[in-house]
Design a protein around this ligand. Structure first.
Ligand code: S3P
Length: 434
């Protein structure tokens, strides 16, 4: 993909349905009895992988444009072939939790990237619950031999990961007794909210200064189908919001954007950097907060230094937006510094290494750390050839960088945007003014 600089971005945009919430809606509907209609379902390749795995598990899936209908008896059937999760870590880790409590054996596999990502983090709790999980070097393919019912456990998450938390909560639906997950750093809570929407009672104790958050479920739990409308994906909106902030004269409005606090810290960070972001019409829909986001160009020239240091408990709520924030850092007086984000190294690619290499190719001054990076600013970026490394969020973050760079930028392997946002380049083209 070749991208040339543009003047500004404007208009009223419709974002695709949230990828994280779509995975959960489909999986939980597959465990429910009856027919669930899921509107504004994510068009991402990742969520398509989830749907095709569910079909292989005997669930009826009818996919018509943005509506997905799921019909299930609440029990899954043994698949005749391996379940291919494609590029999707959420599909693999959450499905593993569902399969752990089924009385059959199934194999989960994925693409080259997914087969290098750490799975020990879900293998340990699932084995503690009594499931059989075989793999080589704790990498996919994973062969899961379920046990019904599983044993309930109390588990403290060793890594801040919503995927690991969700894996255990989905397994807990088929466990005998009370399973409790202890979470020191809060991560996205879509699984908890979706389970509650489907009528599964959870006992949630929020984190305080002295104690971590706890989420408990009594198993086994049976529940009925529900309809869901999926909010717009804030992580997809983020690229457009960043472009609007950076291109002077821009003005964007996005309705029905998911504003779950465990996902929307990107907006808070931009605001503390002086961005003009208005949020209105906030309401709860299907147990998730949604609203309208309006963004106009501009950042405060000398931003406060606290806002430019991203670390600690805020990181999980910003995790998918960090490469984009590094791009934004090149345009901020004093730049941006990110720490405690070692998890970025085990995403679809090593996102720290990819961000550092691509920013340097575009002329930025960057220091790389084990757990983050530091980028200086402001600097005029120059067009370059950048490598997405097959990672959708790297491709989109550098598409934003290309819009403000001098000269032409070539993004290699740009088709990978379809992993989360197949219409990304079309929507971008329709909204920019040259
Ligand atoms: C996701 C959780 C995050 C995020 C990923 C989607 C989810 O991963 O990076 O894109 O849907 O639960 P971790 O929870 O493993 O950090």
């Amino acid at each position: 993909m070749i991208i040339k600089p543009v003047k500004l971005i404007q208009g009223q945009l419709q974002l695709p349905g949230d990828k994280s919430i779509s995975h959960r809606a489909a999986m939980i509907a597959a465990l429910a009895r009856g027919t669930s209609r899921l509107r504004d379902f994510s068009p991402s390749e990742d969520c398509a992988a989830t749907l095709s795995c569910l079909q292989q598990l005997g669930v009826t899936v009818i996919h018509d444009h943005q509506v997905v209908v799921i019909k299930s008896t609440g029990t899954l059937k043994a698949p005749s072939e391996s379940l291919d999760c494609g590029n999707s870590g959420s599909t693999m880790r959450l499905l593993a939790g569902m399969l752990a409590g089924q009385a059959f054996t199934a194999t989960l596999t994925g693409d080259e990237s997914l087969r290098t990502r750490p799975m020990g983090r879900i293998m340990e709790p699932l084995k503690m619950m009594g499931a059989g999980v075989e793999s080589e070097a704790a990498l996919a393919p994973l062969i899961i031999t379920g046990r019904s019912p599983l044993a309930a456990i109390r588990y403290e998450l060793p890594v801040a990961s919503a995927q690991v938390k969700s894996c255990i909560l989905l397994a807990a639906l088929n466990a005998e007794g009370r399973t409790e997950v202890v979470e020191k750093k809060p991560t996205r809570d879509h699984t908890e909210r979706m389970l509650q929407w489907f009528g599964v009672p959870l006992h949630i104790t929020s984190a305080s200064d002295s104690s971590a958050a706890r989420i408990a479920i009594e198993g086994p739990a049976q529940f009925d189908a529900r309809d869901v409308c999926i909010p717009g994906d804030i992580s997809s909106a983020a690229f457009f919001i960043a472009a609007a902030v950076l291109l002077s004269g821009s003005n964007l409005v996005m309705e029905n954007v998911g504003l779950n606090p465990s996902r929307s810290q990107f907006l808070a960070v931009l605001r503390s950097l002086g961005a003009d972001i208005e949020i209105g019409n906030i309401r709860d829909e299907y147990n998730e907060p949604v609203g309208t986001v309006q963004v106009r160009s501009g950042l405060v020239p000398a931003s406060n230094s606290e806002a430019r240091h991203l670390s600690g408990a805020m990181i999980p709520a910003l995790i998918d937006e960090l490469p984009l924030l590094a791009v934004l850092g090149t345009q901020i007086e004093g730049g941006i510094e990110i720490h405690d984000a070692g998890e970025l190294r085990v995403k679809e690619t090593d996102r720290i290494a990819a961000t550092v290499a691509n920013l340097r190719a575009m002329g930025a001054k960057v220091e790389e750390y084990d757990d983050g990076l530091k980028v200086g600013g402001p600097i005029r970026l120059h067009g370059a050839t950048v490598d997405s490394r097959g990672d959708h969020r790297i491709a989109m973050a550098f598409a934003v960088a290309a819009l403000i760079a001098e000269g032409e930028t070539e993004i290699q392997d740009a088709d990978c945007v379809a992993v989360s946002f197949p219409g990304f380049f079309d929507l971008l083209n329709s909204a920019v003014k040259r």
